[in-house]
Write a protein that binds this ligand. Structure first.
Ligand code: UDP
Ligand code: MG
Length: 332
């Protein structure tokens, strides 16, 4: 049975089939998070020890330029459960998460941000839902504290647009904070695409999924690593990976413009043949040229977004490069 709840946990699986968990892997991508990472580690340890299940925490240093790696190294020397993967440069959040997932061994994998915006306290609820039979348990942001009105509105708008544009249902107001069973992670790792929109890929994979609502708090320290430019790129990755509708829109707009052009020709012929009215000159011509020129550039831009991604994927470069690893057996 494939149950997919978009709203909250209340309409989760009814045929509960309890199972027990053997191990947990938590993946924490970190880019310039030296100020928050120790606190995140402390909180995670507290919550994970409380579950009584063996665990590993896999930190991914995504090419930080501050002391994140040094702080994480100190942690991993003290605690063998804290593993560390250092990427050779900044590959971006989604690829850092992928690098983390690739190096986990737990029965379930939990993705969580390093800035404590995702509260580790709800991990036990994730595990409870997993034990009931859900293969993916994602967190739904019921409210977002300490984020700008622009960020809140743009995120709300984006998830709704995305759902209109795509055929798969991506749960509204969710991020990557989630628990996934190894089965789902194996599917995810078979997807070689570079422009990853992980929350969409997980929805695409199917399996019983459900949501747990939470209040997204402020960043513990530092600033968001998702400036407007990265947010736009991430949104475009989400749309282009899951929808051809922008291309269909280009086609439809093309039809509309040629239809209008054809009508205009008819009007001009009629005016010329049946009336003595002078045909108006350059103003209307400029308007049409500018309108059509703008429309064509816009459509070429849409094509460009897809073509650029096709080119990127076709080069088949590795998704990420690992520079160093700590606390892995033989460091392989
Ligand atoms: N992050 C990363 N690489 C990047 C950008 C962000 O690993 O290039 C990490 C970041 O350290 C954090 C998580 O991804 O743990 C989410 O980023 P952020 O908190 O800046 O995003 P926001 O919560 O503002 O959307
Ligand atoms: Mg954050």
């Amino acid at each position: 049975m494939n149950v997919f709840s978009l709203e909250n946990s209340s309409n989760c699986l009814s045929n509960k089939k309890f199972r027990t968990l053997s191990s947990i892997s938590v993946v924490v991508p970190a880019y310039n998070e030296a100020l928050s990472i120790s606190k995140t580690y402390d909180k995670l340890i507290q919550v994970l020890e409380g579950t009584g299940v063996p665990f590993e925490i896999l930190f991914v240093d995504d090419g930080s330029t501050d002391d994140t790696f040094e702080v994480l190294q100190k942690i991993s020397v003290k605690d063998s459960r804290a593993k560390l993967v250092k990427l050779s440069r900044n590959f971006g959040h989604q690829l850092a998460v992928t690098a983390g997932i690739d190096n986990t061994s737990g029965e379930v994998i939990i993705l969580i941000d390093a800035d404590l915006q995702d509260p580790p306290e709800i991990i036990p609820q994730f595990i409870e839902k997993w034990s009931e039979g859900f293969e993916v348990v994602y967190a739904i942001r019921n409210s977002r504290e300490g984020e700008s009105l622009f960020k809140k509105l743009s995120a709300k708008f984006f998830y709704r647009i995305l759902n209109k544009l795509t055929d798969i249902q991506i749960p509204l107001d969710t991020g990557d904070f989630r628990l996934m069973d190894r089965k789902v992670v194996n599917v995810l790792l078979q997807m070689p695409e570079r422009h990853r929109f992980i929350r969409g890929l997980v929805s695409w994979a199917g399996f019983p999924q459900c949501g747990v609502p939470y209040i997204r708090s402020e960043r513990f320290a530092g600033e968001s690593k998702y400036p407007l430019k990265k947010m736009i790129k991430f949104s475009m990755d989400g749309i282009t990976s899951f929808s051809f509708k922008p291309l269909q829109f280009a086609l439809n707009l093309g039809f509309l413009c040629s239809g209008l052009g054809f009508l205009l020709i008819l009007v001009i012929i009629i005016l010329k043949v049946f009336t003595t009215l002078p045909i108006q000159g350059w103003t209307s011509l400029m308007v049409v040229i500018l309108f059509l020129g703008g429309t064509q550039l816009f459509i070429m831009g849409i094509f460009g977004e897809y073509i650029g991604r096709i080119y990127d994927e076709s080069r088949k470069r590795p998704l990420y490069i690992i520079e160093d690893k700590c606390n892995f057996p033989n460091n392989i």
